[in-house]
Design a protein around this ligand. Structure first.
Ligand SMILES: Cc1ncc(COP(=O)(O)OP(=O)(O)O)c(N)n1
Ligand SMILES: Cc1nc(C(=O)O)sc1CCOP(=O)(O)O
Ligand SMILES: [Mg+2]
Length: 198
């Protein structure tokens, strides 16, 4: 399955309701502040909406709920991997994206047979505090050489104007949060993203 090159991340179903009609075909639901016991109806609704729009939903972090909701894709970071039941995730047929920030993390990720690898932060991000400096485009090129055919996602400080550079450096997919969510006109910005990535 070939994933779309535009991979926005949102923190609510309300955002999905706004963005999916525009033609978003790959999207992550990244909910950080809701107790897991409350997430099943939310993630189930997100999955139903994405299927209705022919889009791929990636659930961030919440692998138990993703399994319960019958989802198709999951994203886990390195700390998530420490406590995730990967055999259960695979038995449930979930595909898996994994975050990486350095060589040790990439080696670990590749041993797990992921369906994509993300590298970040390519540029400084304001979304969350991170211990890594910006990786830069050379690092994207290096990562692509190391992951080969595996889809490489570039994340962190991505802007519409930076997409072409990330693709030229070797990214297959560009992932983005605040360039859309903090924009004065998120719908217009998402349309710009679709234009530069299709
Ligand atoms: C596409 C993509 N790349 C990286 C991340 C970050 O995952 P993680 O390191 O687990 O951090 P949180 O997003 O869970 O705070 C991601 N979610 N998506
Ligand atoms: C959620 C996330 N993970 C990252 C990583 O490097 O693993 S960077 C990031 C935030 C991306 O948000 P924005 O597009 O607003 O910079
Ligand atoms: Mg995580």
């Amino acid at each position: 399955m070939r994933l779309d090159r535009f991979y926005p991340i949102f923190d609510s179903v309300a955002w999905l309701e706004r963005m999916l009609p525009l033609g978003v075909k790959l999207v992550q639901l990244r909910i950080k502040d809701t107790p897991e016991v409350e997430l099943l109806p939310i993630i189930s609704r997100a999955q139903a909406l994405c299927r209705q729009h022919g889009a791929v939903l990636v659930v961030n972090d919440h692998w138990r709920v993703a399994i319960e909701a019958g989802c198709d894709w999951l994203h886990l970071g390195q700390e998530d991997l420490d406590e995730a039941d990967l055999p259960a995730i695979r038995r449930a047929g979930l595909r898996l994206g994994i975050s990486t920030h350095d060589h040790d993390e990439l080696d670990r990720a590749l041993l797990l047979g992921p369906d994509y690898v993300a590298l970040g932060p390519v540029y400084p991000t304001i979304l969350k505090k991170m211990k890594w400096e910006q990786q830069g485009l050379e690092r994207v090129t290096e990562w692509k050489r190391l992951v080969g055919e595996l889809p490489l996602v570039a994340i962190g400080g991505m802007r519409v104007e930076r997409a072409a550079g990330a693709f030229a450096a070797g990214a297959d997919i560009v992932s983005v949060v605040t360039d859309i969510t903090l924009h004065d006109d998120p719908e217009a910005r998402a349309r710009d993203w679709i234009e530069v990535t299709r």
